[in-house]
Write a protein of this length. Structure first.
Lengths: 798, 452
C-alpha cells in the first residue's frame, strides 16, 4: 500500500507539471578577477533545469516556475555558490555571478537531500569523481577509496576489500548505490565482496561519521554512496568508455556507459568486464611461510566480473521518474581460505581452489518531482528491489550459499521554505531476508525490517548555517531457527594436547530458539557551518545516534572461514566453557559524536582540518574467548588423528559489548603552486580504545601522503607517496604490523579523435615493490599488498 | 492533497515510533531441539550408561522410574492395576507391567535406547513415559525373551474356558504401537511357556485330557504373518512341564523327570531328554531354567539346589553356592555381562558365582573345576529378616550394561546397589514407598565413541 501511495503521488506530480511561467534570468559568471568562467554549470534549485555557461561566461535560464529562484553554480576549480533572486514578471537580465576559485575539489553530494557540496556540510564529506575516480577505480570498492582521507581498505587479498571509515566497517558502514542499500552480504563477512562497480560510477561519496539521520542505524560509522547515471536526469547524448590492462595480476578491464534519449525519454546503458589472475607479490604470501611455500603470488586471488545496467527515465519539466535494472556477476577467489588440517599438496591445488560465485539483480526506481506551489516543494522517491546470492565453492562443491533479498523504499518530502527554514521529512522502509545455507552458515536465516521517520531542517542566520535533524526508526529482527549447538569448545592451555577434548562434553541436542527482536533507535544531530570570513568556514556537528545490532552480531553461531574464527552472537554468553542463552537485555549501540571541521576553500591554497571524538557505548565487538572449536569442516578425511589436531579448529570469538572511544584527526592541504603544479598533502590518524583498557583490532595506522600533480593543456601527471606507519596499538592476540611506503605515479595524455575526447594513460602503483601488510586486513598474515604494477589504458568520452 | 495525507501518515507513524524511543525488546521462544545426527566422535556421553530402574510399589498401581546415574526419581506412572510382575523388553528399553489377574500388560518406555544408523549405533536418552501399546489377553504369566523378541504367554482360564495364547513382540512393535505382531492361539488353557526363535516359536502343548494345567509336550511353530502354523510336535514327553530357557543353540524346558533339550541347527530342531541325576531326589524337580545367549550352560533350579546344565554335552552338575540353612531363593540371573551368576536368598544374602564356562566345567585334562565357581556372598542387611512384611521379599534387578545388581529391601524400604566385581553394597537409597518388584532398563552396549 505504501508503494501505491507513492505511485499515486508520482501521477499527481506529473499532472501538476507544465504550469510554465515566463520568468527568466540571464547573466554572466566570472571569477574574482572578473575573468569569465566558461563551462560553469548553472542549475535552478528545485527544478529540472540546468545550463552551461558559454565562452564568455554567459548563461540564460527561462521558464522559471518559482518567483523566488535559486541558482546553484558549479565549475571545476571553483567553490560552488548559491544565489537567490526574486524574479519579477519581466525576468532578470545581466546579473553578475562571481565564483571564488578553490584548490579543494568541490563536488555536489548526492547523498544529501539538500544537494550541498562537500564544503557546505557540517559533517565531513569527501567525493571521488571525474578523472580522479577513473584513475583510482579498482576492482573493489575498498581499494578504490583507500586514498581518500579518513578511509582505509580492509584489503581482503584484493578480491573483496571494502572501505573502513574512521576505523569502522562491517555493519557500521553502509554501502549504497544511488542512495539505496547495496543489498549484498558484504556487511556480514570481509570475504564477501561489495556488489557495486566503480568503473561505471560517476562519483563515489564518503560521509565520514554518523550518517544515521539519512540512512538509518546501519550508517553509524559512515556511508559510501556509489552514484551512477542509471536513471538519467537528462537525455543529452554522451558516452564514456575505458580499456585498461594491469601488470601485477594481468587484469583486463573494459567498461563503458551511454546516456541518450528522445523527447521526454532518457535512456542509459552500461557494461563492464574485468578478468584477473592471481596477483604478484615481492615475497612470500604468508608472514611466516612454511618450508614448502612458494614465493611471488597470492593464491586464489584471481577474479572475473561482468555486469550491465539498463535504465530509462521520463523527464518532466519539474523532475523525472525512472527505472533501472542492473545485473552483476562476479567470480572471485578467496585467498587465505585454507581449511586447516589438510594442507593440500601442489598437485591438488587446482581442485582445492576456493572461490565465490556471486550474482546480483538490482531494480531501482528513482524520482524527483518539484512543485511550484503548495506546501511541498520537492518529493524524492527511491525504491529498490535487490536479489543477491553468492556461493562459496571448494573443490568444485558448493560449501555455503548466502542469499539476501532486500526491498527498500525512501520518500523524502521537502517543504517550501518556511521562515527561511528549508527541510522536510523522510520516510524510509527497508526489508532484508537473509539466509545462509551450508557448512559455513554461521548466521541463521533472519528477516530484518526497518521503518523510519526522519526530519531535517536547515536555515541561514547571517553567516551561520544551522542544520538540525532527528530520526526514529523501528528495527525488527525475526529469526525462527536460531541454533545453539554444543560445540565442545575447549581451551588449549596446559599439556592436554592430543587428548580427547571435544569428546566429553558434546550434547545430544541442538537447542533451537525462535527469536524476535525489536529496537527503536533514534538519532539526533545538530550542526552549524560558520562562514566567519570569506573563503573559510568552520563546521561543527554534534550527534547522538543509536544502532540496532545486526542479525549477524546477535544470532551467529558457527565457523566463519572469512575471519578464520568461530563466531558466536551476542544472544549467547559463556558459562564455564559452555554457551548458554544470554538473559541480559540486548542493548543498542549509542554513539555520541563531536566533529569540528575548519576549511579554507578559496585562493591558491586550501585546506580541510577535521577533528572528531566519537564515544560509542555498547560497542559490539568480537572478543576472543581463548577457546577453540572444531570448524566442522573436515571430518571424514581419513587422517587418523585430525580430530585432535588444532589445525582443524578455530578460535571462538564471542560478540560482546564494551564502551569504546574513537578519536582522531584528518587533514588535507592543497596548494596550487602555479598554473600546472599542485601539491596536496594529507594525513589521518585514529585512536580506538576500549574504555577500561585495550585497543580495538584492525585500527588504521597513522598515514601521511603527498601528491604532486601537473596539469597543463593535454598533459597531466602525478606522483604520490604514501607512508603507512607501524601499528602496534593492537587488540589481544592481534599482530602488530610494520610501516611501509607506497609510491604511485601516473601520466595521462588527452587528445581528440573526431568528436571524441580520448585520454591515454599509464599508471604505476607500488613502484618500489615494497612488501606491505595491511593492518586493517583480516588476512594481514596471509596476503600482502600487490607488488609493483604498471597499468596502461585509454578512455574516451563524447 | 495526497502529499498532505502522506505527511499525516508519516506523522502518525512517527508518533507510534516515538512512543518507544530508544527501546529494545527481546522475545525468545525455545523450540523443540534437534537431535544431533552427526557422524563424528561425540554425542553419546550424556546418555545414561548406568541405566534406569522401574520399581513398583506394593499393593499399588504406581510405578516409579529412577535414573541410576544420580539416583533421581524421573517420573511415576499409574498403570491400570497392581502389577504381578515386571519384565524388560529384549532391548531393555521398555518395562512390562504384567497385570495377571486383570489380563493386561502395559509398557513403560524407560527412555534409553539405541538406533541403528547403518554405520554406527546411536544412543538416545529421553524422558520415561507410559506408552499406548498394551497387550490384553487372559492371564499373562511367563515372559521369555531372546535377543530381539519377547514371548508373552497368556495362560488362559479354565473357569471361563478362555484358551491360552502367545504374543511375540519386539521393541519396535511397542515403539510404533503396532498390532501386526504374530499371535499363537491355542484351543486350550495351560500354564505354559514359549521361546521365540526368529520365525519360529517353541511352545508347549497340553493334552486336552490332562488333569493338570501344566503341558507335557513341546511343538515348533512357524510364523505366517500375524499367526503361527504348527510345524512339528516333539515325541519326547516332558511331564509337568514348567520353566524354560534358551541360549544360542538350545532351548530347554523343565520336566519332572529331567530337562527337555531342543537343539536348533538352521531350520532343523532336534529334541533330547537329559534325565534327572542322582542329586535330584524325592519330589525335587527342575522347575525353573535360566539361560543366556552367550552362556553354554543353562542354570536349572530345583528348590534351593542349583544345577549347571550343559546341553551339548548332556551334563547336569550341582552348583555349590554355599547355601545357608533355611534360605530360599528369591532372585537369580546372569550378571556382569554374563561373566557372573547371582543368587538372592530370603536371608538377605547375594551370592556371586563366577561363570567360567565350558572348558572348566568339563573335567578334562585332569582339572575338575566347576563351570560356576563360588566368588562371594554379600550380606545385604543386618535387619532381622523375620520382620519381612507379609507378602514381600527381597527382589533383584540386574544391569545389562555393567556389573551392578540392584536389590530392594522391603524391611527398611531401601534400594541397594551391589557391585558384583567388588562384592559389596556400594549405595543404599531410601525409598518413600514400599517397593515390590523392579526391573532394569537401559542400553546394554552403549555405542562406541565411533571415531571417524
Amino acid at each position: 500500500m505504501f508503494k501505491k501511495t507513492i505511485l499515486a503521488c508520482l501521477v499527481a506530480g506529473s499532472l501538476l507539471s507544465g504550469q510554465a511561467g515566463a520568468e527568466s534570468i540571464s547573466g554572466v559568471v566570472t571569477d574574482s578577477a572578473g575573468k569569465p568562467v566558461a563551462g560553469a554549470k548553472v542549475t535552478v534549485v528545485g527544478e529540472n533545469q540546468h545550463t552551461l555557461t558559454d565562452e564568455a561566461g554567459r548563461f540564460n535560464v527561462s521558464q522559471l516556475l518559482m518567483q523566488n529562484a535559486e541558482l546553484h553554480i558549479e565549475a571545476p576549480r571553483y567553490a560552488h555558490r548559491n544565489f537567490r533572486f526574486a524574479v519579477p514578471q519581466q525576468g532578470l537580465t545581466d546579473v553578475s555571478l562571481v565564483l571564488l576559485n578553490s584548490a579543494i575539489e568541490v563536488i555536489d553530494v548526492k547523498a544529501s537531500p539538500f544537494h550541498a557540496s562537500a564544503t557546505e556540510s557540517a559533517l565531513p564529506v569527501s567525493v571521488l569523481a571525474g578523472d580522479a575516480l577513473k584513475m583510482r577505480q579498482a576492482s573493489t570498492l575498498g581499494d578504490t577509496l583507500k586514498n581518500e582521507v579518513g578511509v582505509h581498505s580492509n584489503f581482503y587479498g584484493g578480491v573483496a576489500s571494502s572501505p573502513i571509515i574512521r576505523g569502522l566497517d562491517g555493519p557500521r558502514v553502509l554501502i549504497t548505490q544511488n542512495g539505496l542499500d547495496a543489498g549484498d552480504a558484504s556487511r556480514v563477512g570481509p570475504d564477501h565482496s561489495v556488489a557495486s562497480e566503480a568503473s561505471t560510477a560517476t562519483q563515489i561519496e564518503v560521509l565520514r561519521g554518523p550518517a544515521t539521520l539519512f540512512y538509518g542505524s546501519g550508517a553509524i560509522g559512515g556511508v559510501v554512496n556509489v552514484v551512477d547515471e542509471r536513471i538519467p536526469t537528462d537525455n543529452s547524448t554522451r558516452a564514456e568508455w575505458m580499456l585498461q590492462r594491469e601488470s601485477v595480476n594481468n587484469e583486463k578491464l573494459a567498461a563503458g556507459s551511454l546516456v541518450t534519449g528522445v523527447d521526454n525519454i532518457g535512456l542509459y546503458v552500461d557494461g563492464f568486464w574485468r578478468d584477473s589472475d592471481d596477483y604478484r607479490i615481492p615475497g612470500f604470501a604468508e608472514a611466516q611461510p612454511d618450508d614448502d611455500a612458494v614465493k611471488g603470488r597470492v593464491g586464489s586471488s584471481a577474479a572475473t566480473a561482468k555486469g550491465f545496467t539498463l535504465g530509462g527515465s521520463y523527464l518532466l519539466d519539474n523532475g523525472y521518474v525512472g527505472v533501472s535494472y542492473g545485473r552483476l556477476e562476479r567470480e572471485y577467489g578467496i585467498p587465505g581460505h585454507s581449511h586447516g588440517g589438510h594442507e593440500e599438496s601442489d598437485a591438488h591445488t587446482a581442485e582445492e581452489r576456493v572461490y565465490a560465485d556471486l550474482t546480483q539483480n538490482r531494480y531501482q526506481l528513482l524520482s524527483e518531482l518539484n512543485f511550484s506551489s503548495g506546501l511541498i516543494r520537492t518529493v524524492n522517491t527511491r525504491l529498490a528491489f535487490t536479489d543477491y546470492g553468492h556461493s562459496e565453492i571448494e573443490a568444485g562443491v558448493v560449501g555455503t550459499t548466502f542469499q539476501n533479498q532486500s526491498r527498500e523504499a525512501r520518500l523524502e518530502i521537502l517543504h517550501r521554505p518556511y521562515q527561511d527554514w528549508r527541510g522536510g521529512l523522510s520516510l524510509h522502509y527497508k526489508f532484508s531476508d537473509f539466509e545462509a545455507v551450508g557448512e559455513e552458515a554461521f548466521t541463521p536465516p533472519s528477516e530484518t525490517q526497518m521503518l523510519a521517520l526522519g526530519w531535517m531542517e536547515e536555515r541561514h542566520f547571517g553567516p551561520w548555517l544551522v542544520q538540525l535533524g532527528a530520526r526514529v526508526e523501528r528495527v525488527t529482527i525475526d529469526a525462527a531457527d536460531v541454533l545453539l549447538p554444543d560445540i565442545g569448545a575447549h581451551g588449549h592451555d596446559g599439556d592436554d594436547h592430543g587428548h580427547d577434548h571435544g569428546h566429553s562434553n558434546a550434547a545430544e541436542f541442538i537447542r533451537v530458539f525462535d527469536v524476535n527482536q525489536r529496537f527503536t533507535p533514534y538519532s539526533v544531530s545538530a550542526g552549524t557551518v560558520w562562514d566567519f570570513t570569506e573563503g573559510y568556514n568552520l563546521g561543527l556537528s554534534v550527534s547522538r545516534s543509536q544502532r540496532a545490532p545486526a542479525a549477524s552480531e546477535l544470532l551467529s553461531f558457527g565457523a566463519h572461514i572469512g575471519t578464520a574464527s568461530y563466531e558466536v552472537g551476542a544472544l549467547f554468553v559463556l558459562d564455564d566453557d559452555e554457551f548458554v542463552l544470554n538473559t541480559l537485555p540486548i542493548e543498542m549501540e549509542v554513539a555520541n559524536n563531536l566533529d569540528i571541521t575548519l576549511r579554507k576553500f578559496s585562493g591558491n591554497t586550501g585546506f580541510v582540518l577535521n577533528a572528531f571524538y566519537n564515544r560509542i557505548d555498547n560497542y559490539y565487538y568480537q572478543q576472543n574467548t581463548g577457546l577453540f572449536a572444531e570448524s566442522g569442516h573436515d571430518h571424514d578425511h581419513g587422517e587418523d588423528d585430525h580430530g585432535h589436531s588444532h589445525d582443524a579448529e578455530l578460535p571462538v570469538y564471542l560478540f560482546t559489548t564494551a564502551d569504546v572511544t574513537l578519536h582522531g584527526l584528518e587533514a588535507q592541504f592543497s596548494w596550487q603552486i602555479n598554473d600546472p603544479f599542485k601539491l596536496t598533502l594529507q594525513g589521518d590518524y585514529i585512536r580506538a580504545r576500549i574504555q577500561g583498557g585495550g585497543d580495538l583490532p584492525r585500527t588504521p595506522p597513522l598515514r601521511l601522503a603527498a601528491e604532486l600533480a601537473y596539469e597543463l593543456d593535454a598533459l597531466s601527471a602525478d606522483l604520490r607517496a604514501t607512508r603507512y606507519f607501524k601499528q602496534d596499538k593492537v587488540s589481544e592476540l592481534e599482530q602488530a604490523t610494520a610501516g611501509y611506503t607506497l609510491l604511485d605515479a601516473s601520466v595521462s595524455y588527452r587528445f581528440d579523435l573526431g568528436a571524441q575526447q580520448l585520454t591515454a594513460y599509464i599508471k604505476g602503483q607500488n613502484l618500489t615493490d615494497e612488501e606491505a601488510r595491511v593492518h586493517t586486513s583480516f588476512l594481514k598474515d596471509l596476503t600482502p599488498l600487490p607488488g609493483r604494477s604498471v597499468a596502461v589504458g585509454i578512455r574516451g568520452s563524447f | 492533497m495526497l502529499q498532505t495525507k502522506l505527511s499525516l501518515a508519516a506523522l502518525l507513524i512517527g508518533t507510534s515510533l516515538l512512543s518507544a524511543c530508544g527501546d529494545s525488546t527481546t522475545n525468545i521462544v525455545e523450540k523443540d531441539p534437534i537431535p544431533v545426527e552427526d557422524d563424528h566422535d561425540h554425542g553419546h556421553d550424556d546418555v545414561s550408561a548406568a541405566g534406569r530402574l522401574v520399581i513398583s510399589a506394593k499393593d499399588s498401581n504406581l510405578l516409579s522410574v529412577y535414573e541410576l546415574s544420580d539416583g533421581s526419581l524421573l517420573d511415576s506412572f499409574a498403570v491400570a492395576d497392581i502389577p504381578s510382575a515386571l519384565a524388560a523388553s529384549p532391548a531393555h528399553r521398555y518395562a512390562l507391567a504384567i497385570q495377571r489377574t486383570t489380563d493386561r500388560v502395559e509398557f513403560i518406555d524407560g527412555g534409553l535406547y539405541q538406533e541403528d544408523h547403518v554405520d554406527h549405533l546411536h544412543d538416545y536418552q529421553q524422558d520415561p513415559e507410559l506408552v499406548s501399546f498394551v497387550l490384553s489377553n487372559s492371564r499373562p504369566t511367563h515372559i521369555t525373551a531372546s535377543d530381539s523378541q519377547l514371548a508373552v504367554f497368556f495362560d488362559g482360564d479354565a473357569a471361563s474356558s478362555t484358551p491360552a495364547a502367545v504374543a511375540v513382540i519386539t521393541d519396535a512393535d511397542i515403539t510404533t504401537d503396532s498390532n501386526g505382531y504374530p499371535v499363537l492361539n491355542y484351543s486350550l488353557n495351560m500354564h505354559g511357556a514359549a521361546q521365540p526363535r526368529g520365525d519360529y516359536l517353541l511352545s508347549t502343548v497340553r493334552d486336552a485330557n490332562s488333569a493338570t494345567t501344566l503341558p507335557d509336550k513341546v511343538a515348533v511353530y512357524e510364523q505366517h504373518g500375524d499367526h503361527y502354523h504348527e510345524e512339528l510336535v516333539f515325541d519326547e514327553l516332558c511331564p509337568g512341564l514348567h520353566g524354560s530357557a534358551q541360549n544360542e543353540h538350545f532351548i530347554s524346558f523343565g520336566c519332572t523327570d529331567g530337562v527337555l533339550l531342543i537343539e536348533q541347527e538352521g531350520t532343523t530342531f532336534t529334541a533330547s531328554k537329559l534325565a534327572n541325576t542322582a542329586d535330584i531326589t524325592g519330589t525335587m524337580r527342575i522347575g525353573t531354567l535360566v539361560g543366556d545367549m552367550h552362556a553354554e550352560h543353562f542354570v536349572g533350579f530345583a528348590g534351593t539346589s542349583v544345577f549347571a546344565i550343559h546341553a551339548h554335552d548332556g551334563e547336569m552338575d550341582l552348583i555349590d553356592w554355599q547355601a545357608t540353612q533355611g534360605a530360599t531363593l528369591t532372585g537369580y540371573g546372569f550378571a556382569d555381562k554374563g561373566s557372573k551368576f547371582v543368587l538372592l536368598d530370603s536371608l538377605g544374602y547375594l551370592t556371586i558365582l563366577h561363570y567360567l564356562g565350558h572348558e572348566h566345567g568339563h573335567g578334562h585334562e585332569g582339572t575338575d573345576e566347576a563351570a560356576f565357581e563360588f566368588a562371594a556372598k554379600v550380606q545385604l542387611t543386618t535387619a532381622d529378616v523375620s520382620t519381612m512384611p507379609q507378602g514381600s521379599r527381597f527382589e533383584l534387578a540386574i544391569s545389562a550394561s555393567d556389573d551392578k545388581v540392584y536389590v530392594i529391601n522391603p524391611i527398611d524400604q531401601t534400594l541397594l546397589t551391589v557391585d558384583t566385581a567388588d562384592a559389596e553394597v556400594v549405595a543404599t537409597k531410601q525409598l518413600n514407598f514400599m517397593p515390590h518388584k523392579l526391573v532394569w532398563l537401559g542400553i546394554a552396549e552403549p555405542a562406541e565413541a565411533h571415531n571417524h
